[in-house]
Design a protein around this ligand. Sequence first.
Ligand SMILES: [Zn+2]
Length: 455
Amino acid sequence: MRQRLEEALRAANADYTEIRVEQVDSSWVHFKGRELDSVGSAKTSGGIVRALVRGGWGYAAFNDLDGLDNRVRQACESARLVGGVEQSRLAEVSPVVDRVSVALDEDFRHVPLSEKKTVIEEYNEIILGYHDKIETSHVAYSDRFRKVWFANSEGTFIEDERPDASLVLSATARDGDNVQQGFETVAGKAGFVIARGHHQKARAAARRAVDLLSAPPVAGGKYTVVINPKLAGVFAHEAFGHLSESDFLYENDRMKEIMVLGKRLGSDKLSIVDDGSIDGLRGTQKYDDEGVPTRKNELIKDGILVGRLHSRETAAKMGEHPTGNARAVGYRYEPIVRMTNTYIDSGDTPFEDMIRDIDLGLYALDMVGGQTAMEMFTFSAAYGYMIRNGEIAELVRDVVLTGNVFETMMHIDLVGDTLVFPPAGGGCGKGGQSPLPVGLGGPHVRILDVVVGGR
Ligand SMILES: [Zn+2]
């Protein structure tokens, strides 16, 4: 493959050219209620050429390697048409030659679909049989093994294996018009072993859906809120992380004024990091899709904005260094600035000490939905507990947190001492590229004066 790509690159007549080729093996087993909604496997392959001529990008996608030289020429011609009008440049990086291979415990490519179905069906049966108020289930397993070859005209050649497996266990309970959900997630860069042994999680999802039927909606108001690690990770990614993506920043004058390096954006307890090099997490890759090594990138350190995420192009535009955050969701797409594994870093407060002095507050867990619009966010926690007189009290539902991300970050007064990376299913969407596997993490985090919607 290396020889094939390097030969094709010689057909290029551009300032910079790269070729990315992928082979993807995937399979899935989805149950909806009693029905096996979808089961199957697929093998796809293809690639994309990207060429830069006098600041203009040209692209040519392909499905097989026949005629690759022509694709390279086409990309160069397209680039020439926009060259001189566009002003793209690439920050310099050292060429890399590397081969990244993974050894999976129970490689999911070799596990028969029938075996996958048997395992997943057990979880589905547990959920459906848990209680007569369980109306339906959604149990979805999927895996994807991406093998990526990347070569560019600067001498970089990388062969990279990227496995990803996930399982979502979801239960829906109904009592008249009252419909509630409980779910648990498992996900990682792992083999099929990651999908085994989750009978307890299936029960937990069903139990929560049923318990929420009789839980009261939280009373709306302003509370001291403790968010769990998963919600902390969602906050780091959704509310703040996307604002750190420099392609977005570069095009947004107002955000550029706010996101000034060295400026205080949060309380001194708050540190936020994006790190694509943590072993085993869904957002982990040794190299990004421009062949730049991933690394630990501090975004906020003790409340101060200290970094942001870059591709080679945005790094050159802003006079900063590439951070290894140019990612493409698949071979049809160009790499754009994306997060990897984003987390709030741990502090020093044990969970008990966070709730001890709260007379009336809220403990919010996980997330079922939400939206952000610039610095405003609305997150629906999956469930919550009231905190009364320093102790966890009754289960509550309809927990909706809203606020301004910068005000909220200033209101963080305690950060937990234990950083965890709870499995995150689904993925991130941006610029029509979805779902991109990402990791989320954090400790428990305490925030003052949070507006909580409810009834
Ligand atoms: Zn996202």
